[in-house]
Write a protein that binds this ligand. Structure first.
Ligand code: CMC
Length: 425
């Protein structure tokens, strides 16, 4: 039976707010009638207690450290699945049968190449452009190449655009990298898996044979599964908001990429490495770094620690932590920097300030270290996050277009500016 909750204003107006309940998670007061009935808005900067939509894709319980894609725990998907199977799950709601999997893999492979003019387009960026700047521009520009699938009211067009985006992202991402290093653009090799192909696009050169490194492929596959979706985070909400006006999928995903770029979101793993490098260069001890992070007069925060939703250990961080430790033992790599990272991890986990505020290392703390261990340049970290998250963004975009309650996103505000006044004449 549905329940309601009554809201009353001090002025005596009231509104009956229906209480909505999903499969999991807290009840939600449906405030849609509040302004009409009681003449008030709700105020929630950062939308920390606002459900902006109904979604059947991903569930997070931040207190319990639970993350489910279409009901499946992330731990099980990380152990048993692969990235393209997860893409199918997120996009279509179900794990594919073997036949569906073969068909989906085939479709994605058919779309891995990009129009030759996109290669020229990327070549036109300045030699030192940040790969994220190139990515956001190039993905937005895809809408000028694929006119045949831009009717957002046509479900088939929406699906083809989604498949194109998932398929072309590794190609575009690698070209952004190769352009910034003066390396040739490789063509995709469709005999390889999605992730193997990406490593080839990034690291192969035409003059040499290329064999994907299984350790790198395994680590990247895991990172990509863990980053594939995360419900209504800033970039996904941005994709929905941009898409809610009817913007085409490429423009909407470009908006999501722009949102992901910030250091409080997808830029965090790059920020982690910058922080570790700065600690190493300055000779500061980890105890001094931690003291700065705790000092309220110092704006410095430990990058890669804390999460808006997970107030318990980030379940993705738990999975990736193990992979990170194994990889560091296996690969060696930049040992002094990795030793710093381990010391920081251990000391913060034991520190009362971080324990009381439930600030744990998040997924980006470990993914940054893994990507560094795999020799992936720092400027590519957020690009790789965008590549992994494209399926989540486009799944939300598709879901939004199928939602009969969907409306253009248009928040309200509390106006705090000057009161009405007359122009001096
Ligand atoms: N270092 C030191 N203190 C921190 C940190 C940190 N990284 N994060 C939060 N705090 C403190 C903060 O100062 C506040 O202390 P007090 O209660 O004494 O005022 C308390 O913890 C709560 O912080 P908040 O700012 O209210 O928390 P939030 O939920 O608004 O912010 C966050 C979440 C992720 C933006 C923040 O923890 C942060 O800036 N972390 C560093 C950046 C980072 O790693 N971001 C990646 C997040 S995961 C990526 C993703 O899923 O997209």
């Amino acid at each position: 039976m549905s329940s309601t909750s009554k809201f009353s204003t001090p002025g005596g107006k009231s509104s009956e707010l229906p209480m909505l309940k999903g499969t999991h998670g807290p009840e939600c007061a449906d405030v849609r009638g509040l302004y009409k009935d009681a003449g008030v808005f709700t105020y929630d900067p950062g939308y920390a207690t606002t459900a902006s939509c109904k979604s059947a894709i991903t569930f997070i319980d931040g207190d319990e450290g639970i993350l489910l894609y279409r009901g499946y725990p992330i731990e099980q998907l990380a152990e048993h699945s692969d990235y393209l199977e997860v893409c199918h799950l997120l996009m279509y709601g179900e794990l594919p049968t073997p036949e569906e999997s073969a068909k989906f893999n085939n479709i994605i492979k058919q779309h891995t190449m990009v129009h030759e003019n996109i290669r020229d387009f990327i070549s036109g960026f300045r030699y030192d452009a940040h790969p994220m700047a190139m990515l956001v521009g190039t993905v937005g520009a895809l809408s000028s190449f694929y006119h045949d699938s831009l009717d957002i009211n046509n479900p088939k067009h929406r699906e083809i655009s989604a498949q194109r985006l998932i398929a072309k992202m590794p190609t575009i991402a690698s070209y952004c990298h190769n352009h910034s290093r003066g390396l040739p653009f490789m063509y995709p090799d469709n005999t390889l898996s999605y992730v193997e192909n990406f490593t080839r696009l990034m690291f192969a050169v035409p003059a040499e044979q290329f064999e994907p490194n299984p350790v790198a492929v395994k680590a990247l596959e895991l990172i990509m599964i863990l980053h594939a979706d995360h419900e209504q985070n800033a970039s996904t909400s941005t994709v929905r908001l941009a898409g809610s006006s009817g913007a085409n999928p490429f423009a909407s995903i470009a908006a999501g990429i722009a949102s992901l770029w910030g250091p409080a979101h997808g830029g965090a793993n790059e920020a982690v490495m910058n922080m570790l490098d700065a600690i190493q260069d300055s000779g500061e001890t980890i105890d001094q770094t931690i003291a700065r992070a705790k000092d309220k007069n110092d704006p410095f925060r430990l990058m890669g620690f804390g999460h808006r939703v997970y107030k318990n250990f980030d379940p993705r961080a738990k999975i990736i932590q193990q992979m990170c430790h194994e990889l560091l033992d296996d690969l060696g790599g930049d040992q002094p920097m990795f030793d710093l990272a381990r010391e920081l991890e251990q000391k913060t986990l034991a520190d009362d300030y971080f324990k009381e505020r439930r600030l744990y290392p998040n997924v980006d703390f470990y993914s940054g270290i893994i990507l560094r261990a795999l020799d992936i340049p720092m400027s590519m970290f957020t690009v790789m996050f965008a590549m992994s998250r494209t399926v989540g963004w486009i799944s939300h975009w598709m879901e939004m277009h199928e939602d009969p309650e969907g409306r253009i996103g248009r928040p309200r505000q509390i106006y705090t500016g000057a009161a009405r006044r007359d122009y001096p004449v």
